[in-house]
Design a protein around this ligand. Structure first.
Ligand SMILES: NC(=O)c1ccc[n+]([C@@H]2O[C@H](COP(=O)([O-])OP(=O)(O)OC[C@H]3O[C@@H](n4cnc5c(N)ncnc54)[C@H](OP(=O)(O)O)[C@@H]3O)[C@@H](O)[C@H]2O)c1
Length: 204
């Protein structure tokens, strides 16, 4: 398969690359580097990405920013980054990508545990991740031509603990390589409308 991997240079993206590159052709995308540069927060840039790549079989997005911070300091603007970048960035990858992707192709988006297992600083992440999981379930039954869509919802990643550890005391982290398996299930399997929770469960 020819797979567009957005966020290929990131913590999770590098692990996805290592998992899938031995079996597939990977087009690595980032805002500041990669085979093709694109900004998921800019629909024109996404259009340019698809025009540059040509035909492809799968899109994986392992990118997306939100604002972390004390909720009492939040304004409406504090939600903008999550909505414009992580949520609508990924929605637009699907909206614009479904015109170009081959029949039977797949989209795999990234959310995260914070909408189900919240932390104090993560209100924007909770809103954004909930939107992504809901979008995936809704779009799965509406996509044409046998196209599939899933989300991967990881717990905190071991390699990210130096940055995120203080927010996640008491949480068990998982290696990025384990998170990458969720993307392989989505792209190489047959399921659609699934949210693959990696390293956590709703019962925890
Ligand atoms: N790490 C964790 O513990 C964890 C846990 C749960 C969920 N997640 C979610 O997983 C996703 C990836 O996390 P990560 O920790 O792997 O991120 P990361 O290490 O910061 O990497 C982000 C990647 O996305 C690219 N990127 C950034 N802004 C972009 C934009 N506007 N357009 C296109 N590409 C862009 C970056 O490349 P450039 O610098 O070249 O742009 C980089 O390759 C995020 O949605 C995050 O919320 C992460």
């Amino acid at each position: 398969m020819k797979i567009i991997l957005i966020g290929a240079s990131g913590t999770i993206g590098r692990a996805i690359d290592a998992e899938l590159a031995p079996r597939h052709e990977i087009v690595r995308v980032g805002r500041s580097g990669g085979d093709v540069r694109a900004d998921i927060a800019d629909p024109a840039s996404i259009e340019n990405l698809y025009a540059a790549v040509g035909a492809f079989d799968a899109v994986i997005c392992a990118s997306g920013k939100v604002t972390f911070g004390a909720f009492e300091d939040f304004t409406a603007g504090s939600f903008e980054l999550g909505l414009r970048n992580k949520l609508m960035g990924q929605v637009n990858l699907v909206l614009l990508g479904m015109k170009h992707i081959r029949d039977g192709g797949s989209f795999t988006l990234t959310s995260g545990l914070l909408n189900d297992d919240p932390i104090r600083e993560g209100v924007s992440a909770a809103l954004t991740n909930g939107g992504i999981d809901g979008f995936v379930r809704g779009a799965a039954i509406a996509l044409p031509r046998g196209l599939r869509i899933n989300a991967v919802s990881p717990t905190v990643v071991e390699e990210s603990l130096p940055a995120y550890g203080p927010y996640f005391r008491g949480y068990k982290a998982v290696p990025a390589a384990e998170v990458a398996l969720g993307y392989a299930r989505s792209v190489e399997g047959a399921q659609t409308g699934r949210v693959y929770r990696i390293g956590w469960s709703r019962d925890a």
